[in-house]
Design a protein around this ligand. Sequence first.
Ligand SMILES: C[S@@+](CC[C@H](N)C(=O)[O-])C[C@H]1O[C@@H](n2cnc3c(N)ncnc32)[C@H](O)[C@@H]1O
Length: 209
Amino acid sequence: MPKLQRMPEPNVEYAYGIYLLTNKHRLIKTLRKRYQPSIHGHKAWGAGFLLMDYINHNGLVKGAQGMEIGCGWGGVSVYCALKYRAKMTAVDLDPAVFPYVDVLAELNGVKVKSRQADFSKLKGTDLGKYRYIMGSDICFWDSLVKPLARVVNRALDNGAKKIILSDPGRPTFYELCDLLAKRHKTRLQEWYAVEPDRFEGEILEVRSS
Ligand SMILES: C[S@@+](CC[C@H](N)C(=O)[O-])C[C@H]1O[C@@H](n2cnc3c(N)ncnc32)[C@H](O)[C@@H]1O
């Protein structure tokens, strides 16, 4: 069992070494009055904890450049920045998520670069600058499957070393896995997270061959 971590105040959660704020926290309530994410980026989703757990077990090269696509509140970026000193860029189409990313980063004493962009439009030369491209719960519509497969293709063709995606197990995610397996070395694994609660799902790792 992990060490008991006392929370500094109500509505704060602790998972994989980072502090997070729940939707009931006063700072989140205040942010929500001004910024309302509209493409499901309104909380830290369970698949993000799945990704943190997976990385916790498998590690990252310290100080590497990483990009989190469809970052929402950016918990994965904050985790990678804190635990692996990763230089993280958190990308989301919805600009309303970035104040939440900033608050989480500040709360945990790390820097995360924010970038508003549609991940399907990121160029290969841009993606290829990052050793790791990660994303949790970002393949939730049929219309995202092919664009995400192309993002992964472009990233790997241009120098990215590893793509790590997590998902609760949506049919669209399995479609993405099938598409990527035709072209790359892939590993799909069932996984579970134990912090802040138990959460089960899938992890897909795609490597450059
Ligand atoms: C279900 S949320 C997951 C957020 C976060 N990854 C997590 O696990 O908590 C999906 C996120 O993907 C973002 N998103 C959806 N389509 C996108 C696109 N085409 N480009 C960039 N971000 C996108 C949404 O704005 C939202 O923040």
